[in-house]
Design a protein around this ligand. Structure first.
Ligand code: GLV
Ligand code: MN
Ligand code: MN
Length: 416
């Protein structure tokens, strides 16, 4: 069979067309960023456009009850499909590639097969999953976690954003509560192309990466209750300053991650910090803040969580504040299928690419699918130290074309 090649220009045009939805000008850099926060109007507009593209590509489209959208391309036999995809929601300060490359990349693969009139033995499916980012409703990989049964539908529906608006309310408002069962039957295999979102591949001058798995992720929301007071009149010794408590937790987390006690790859971040009432001359009586811990080893992650919990206890006693910790997301270390990794690596080798195996630092829908079927991912390097979740997020057209070309080759092999 003649070797097939994807149309890199068409892929790039699709990426740039979708990036216009939710586009905003970043004040500091002047760059165009993307804000398609899950289940906002912009996400709804993006969903409608990509769904239309699925339909125009002749795919059989279905929307499930958590708003995941799938497009199916018939195979010669009616057997389990090879599934590919990712997400099109973004963090509020996102770029044009995170998630989108996996969805539009799979669509480009299907378009290429259509152009060449190729029918695979197995059906092919592309999916985009609801709220992968977790920035709004607190839990990442929401749609794919519901699809594989890790999170029950009713629990997902009831999650609320900071304004108390529920997932179900927003899905209804946008018209994305579908009729398809949210629990998917195990596909034959799942493969996802995604940007690396980090500096490793680019620094090593790699064309691409084969992803071995995803590290463990643990998110918490802390509510620190102190005592609000006048900033000018209240002596330092008489305060219960929730802001100081949050700052001490932040510094402790940084120490915990850099100490080496939990391995060299331990990461800890306090990305959200919301003092109340948040005014110049008032001691904050309450702070809500977030904890993001990552570690490639489950045992070390558990130890780090335990140490942090002990520190929170100590701080409560020492400062007289009350700290409520709520776990908002938690996933263990995921190992991807060595068979699917081998197929991806063989395709990269055959194409003459320089590549390496790499564990994912970020969470992905693929990690949920890994509980259902053999799964792996292809990583595309990023420019500017691989910065991501930022308007500067950028992978070149050549880098994207390479990654999606390997997605095509891998899907063809897996689908027969
Ligand atoms: C997903 O983007 C994550 O936070 O890892
Ligand atoms: Mn992503
Ligand atoms: Mn992301």
């Amino acid at each position: 069979m003649k070797t097939l090649a994807i149309d890199g220009d068409r892929l790039w045009r699709s990426l740039m067309d979708l990036a216009r939805i939710g586009a905003y000008k970043d004040e500091r850099t002047g760059l165009l960023g993307v804000n398609r926060l899950a289940l906002t109007d912009a996400d709804g507009e993006g969903r409608r456009l990509v769904k239309k593209w699925f339909e125009e590509a002749g795919l059989q489209v279905r929307v499930d009850r958590i708003g995941n959208v799938y497009g199916r391309r018939k195979g010669a036999k009616d057997v389990e499909p090879v599934l590919s995809g990712s997400h099109i929601d973004s963090v509020p300060t996102g770029g044009a590639f995170d998630g989108v490359l996996g969805v539009l990349g799979a669509l480009e693969v299907f378009r290429t097969l259509d152009d060449a009139r190729v029918t695979t033995m197995r059906p092919l499916e592309v999916g985009f999953f609801t709220d992968e980012e977790g920035c709004r409703f607190g839990t990442d990989m929401l749609g794919s976690a519901v699809a594989v049964g890790r999170i029950p539908l009713e629990k997902a529906y009831a999650l609320e954003d900071k304004k108390g608006i529920a997932v179900k309310t927003e899905l209804d408002r946008l018209g994305f509560v579908g009729t398809a069962n949210e629990r998917i039957a195990p596909p034959h295999a799942y493969v996802e192309c995604h940007i690396e979102q980090g500096p490793i591949l680019r620094a090593a001058n790699m064309d691409l990466g084969v992803v071995t798995g995803v590290q463990a992720i643990s998110w918490q929301e802390l509510t620190i209750q102190g005592k609000s007071a006048h900033a000018g009149t209240t002596p330092m010794g008489l305060r219960k300053d929730a802001g100081v408590a949050a700052a001490r937790i932040c510094v402790h987390m940084n120490e915990l991650a850099t100490s080496g006690r939990f391995g060299a790859e331990m990461r800890a971040t306090m990305g959200g910090f919301d003092p109340h009432p948040g005014l110049v001359n008032i001691v904050p009586g309450r702070v809500r803040c977030t904890v993001d811990l990552r570690n490639p080893e489950d045992v070390k992650m558990a130890e780090a969580e335990k140490e942090l919990a002990a520190f929170l206890n100590k701080l409560e006693k020492e400062m007289g504040v009350a700290i409520e910790a709520r776990q908002t997301a938690k996933t263990g270390r995921i190992h991807f299928s060595s068979d699917v990794q081998a197929v991806i690596a063989a395709k990269m080798k055959a194409a003459g690419y320089v590549f390496q195996h790499i564990i994912s630092g970020a969470g992905h829908d693929a990690q949920e699918m890994a509980s259902l079927c053999p799964t792996a991912m292809i990583f595309v390097p990023g420019e500017y130290d691989g910065i991501s979740h930022n308007p500067r997020e950028y992978s070149t057209p050549e880098q994207c074309t390479r990654g999606v070309g390997i997605l095509l080759d891998t899907i063809l092999e897996l689908a027969g």
